[in-house]
Design a protein around this ligand. Structure first.
Ligand SMILES: Cc1cc2nc3c(=O)[nH]c(=O)nc-3n(C[C@H](O)[C@H](O)[C@H](O)COP(=O)(O)OP(=O)(O)OC[C@H]3O[C@@H](n4cnc5c(N)ncnc54)[C@H](O)[C@@H]3O)c2cc1C
Ligand SMILES: NC(=O)c1ccc[n+]([C@@H]2O[C@H](COP(=O)([O-])OP(=O)(O)OC[C@H]3O[C@@H](n4cnc5c(N)ncnc54)[C@H](O)[C@@H]3O)[C@@H](O)[C@H]2O)c1
Length: 468
């Protein structure tokens, strides 16, 4: 409708992983739910993030394993063909960036999907500038849930704007691996895509303004990844700023602050310098929020900004991961349904055991606090670190066996407060450590567990024995 206000139970603005989950569950429970989506139902993860990037990485890892055949099993000729990956992403992951199936999943539950951009226009009221040019206004009896996600952040580098640089979105849509690629940023996106494209034959240079890759990880993980990148021919320029960008038919030319490499030339440029929220555009002040650009601390518990207004997903700032968006969606759905409903009231958010996995090879998984964070929090800690290559399974594995397990124990309580699992299947091995940190399992109990032989996770047993 173009006039009047339609009253519903719940309005969800932004149908990313968390928005889609909460809207779907509430619609399933019989509530009248409006989902507002400006681009694609499902958000960044299925179309431009986790899923297509992991399909690319799966293919790149197969190439890497094939190249390891000569060290372990014979000979093979490996000829990469990126078109297979591009086809798979179109056919199986993104439906050629068409969200009809995802939209139907929601509308089949009774949800009303409104395509357009939503903003708050009052307490529990949302105005939508629809994609068809019209406007709709909705009022929510129970709640408004904001799941706006993020967009790629683009740094103010002179000359960059207006060039055909890639963000993750264009990178996921490429049909060919470029001959050469410059990447600005050595976070998870930069690191994962650097190795993936390099394994398809691209000459990759990563420009990192600090001294390490993946600065949020343990220093041992960052150092190991730098070693692996070096061994795979991926060039990393540390402590380097990009001071200018030019583009011509020949490709990109980057002006660098490094006197040793003042210019970097590449066919393509990927900007992977973090994300920017769109919270400003949601007009939180219309719902009575004293908005100063910072998320109010109240959002940490019930994810409620004010009565009946919830925020979930990357914009919360508690970890920009799909699993966090879904975790928060579950808590908010429970809160909206209320304790009287079966499955209602799912408590408040806990932040002590947030896991993450960067899908480089080796995979870099971590949970909870790093050694540095635990010390900075004033904890008296014990640390253990065990190289996978020194474990039986790592030694058997041989080619591609780089990695380690690192655990951080709070000596006072005798429980693990953080851990890293780096290696082949590092993300899978992390699960045991994530459980230990989440459930605060005493280290004395973990030490009595039987660890199957010869598994990668058995290195955890040696690691616990090495705590000091
Ligand atoms: C390359 C890449 C790889 C990644 N890999 C992983 C991974 O392996 N594992 C992992 O856990 N995470 C990964 N992530 C992160 C993951 O994609 C996000 O954490 C995830 O998408 C959750 O985001 P979200 O729920 O906050 O919303 P998003 O997915 O960002 O979706 C938000 C939606 O809201 C819509 N929207 C925004 N504002 C409005 C408005 N005003 N009105 C209407 N609609 C609006 C947007 O169009 C968008 O569709 C990756 C990200 C990238 C970029
Ligand atoms: N496997 C996963 O779970 C996965 C994979 C990819 C992305 N993600 C999520 O997406 C988020 C975004 O990833 P990202 O890698 O873009 O962001 P990021 O913020 O994690 O890393 C960006 C890096 O770019 C650097 N940087 C910023 N401005 C720069 C500049 N002007 N010049 C050079 N370097 C600059 C930053 O110092 C930082 O190290 C991640 O934080 C993560 O939460 C998750």
């Amino acid at each position: 409708m173009d006039s009047g206000i339609e009253t519903v139970d719940v309005i969800v603005v932004g149908m990313g992983p968390g928005g889609e989950a909460v809207a779907g569950e509430l619609a399933d429970a019989g509530l009248k739910v409006v989902g507002v989506e400006a681009r694609l139902v499902g958000g960044e993860c299925p179309y431009y993030g986790c899923i297509p990037s992991k399909m690319m990485i799966r293919a790149a890892n197969v190439l890497a394993e094939a190249r390891r055949i000569q060290e372990l099993a014979g000979s093979v000729s490996v000829v990469p063909d990126f078109s297979l990956v591009a086809r798979r992403i179109r056919a199986e992951a993104t439906d050629d960036w068409d969200d009809t199936v995802a939209a139907k999943r929601f509308t089949d539950k009774g949800g009303l999907l409104v395509r357009g951009t939503g903003r708050l226009s009052g307490p529990r009221q949302v105005t939508v500038r629809r994609s068809d040019g019209g406007e709709s206004i909705f009022a929510a009896r129970r709640a408004v849930v904001l799941n706006p996600g993020t967009n790629p952040a683009v740094p103010p580098v002179p000359g960059l704007t207006g060039t055909p640089f890639w963000t993750n979105r264009e990178a996921m849509a490429t049909t060919a691996a470029p001959a050469s690629l410059a990447i600005i940023g050595g976070g998870p996106i930069g690191a994962e895509l650097a190795q993936m494209f390099a394994r398809f034959g691209t000459h990759v240079t990563v420009v990192v303004r600090g001294p390490v890759l993946l600065p949020r990880e343990e220093p041992e993980a960052s150092a190991l990844l730098a070693e692996v990148f070096d061994s795979e021919g991926i060039r990393v320029l540390f402590n380097t700023n990009v001071t200018g960008v030019r583009h011509s038919d020949a490709g990109f030319s980057l002006e660098l602050s490094d006197p040793g490499t003042p210019e970097l030339v590449a066919e393509r440029l990927l900007v992977a310098t973090g994300r920017a929220t769109t919270l400003d555009a949601l007009k939180l002040e219309q719902a009575g929020i004293d908005w100063d650009g910072k998320i109010p601390p109240a959002v940490d518990g019930q994810l409620q900004l004010t009565d009946g207004l919830y925020l979930i997903g990357d914009a919360v700032g508690a970890g920009a991961f799909t699993h966090m968006s879904m975790y928060q969606a579950n808590i908010v759905a429970g809160h909206i349904l209320g304790p009287g409903i079966v499955g209602g009231d799912r408590g408040t958010t806990a932040s002590h055991a947030v896991p993450r996995v960067t899908f480089t090879d080796p995979e870099i998984g971590s949970v909870g606090l790093s050694e540095h964070q635990a010390r900075a929090a004033g904890l008296e800690i014990r640390v253990g670190i065990t190289l996978l290559a020194d474990s039986t399974r790592g030694w058997i594995h041989k080619a591609g066996n780089q990695g380690f397990i690192k655990v951080v124990e709070d000596a006072g309580s005798g429980v693990l407060v953080g851990a890293s699992s780096v290696g082949p299947c590092g993300g899978e091995v992390l699960s045991l450590l994530a459980l230990a940190v989440h459930a605060r399992v005493p280290v004395s109990t973990l030490k009595t567990m039987i660890y199957a032989y010869p598994t990668f996770h058995r290195a955890i047993e040696s690691d616990l024995a090495s705590l000091h």
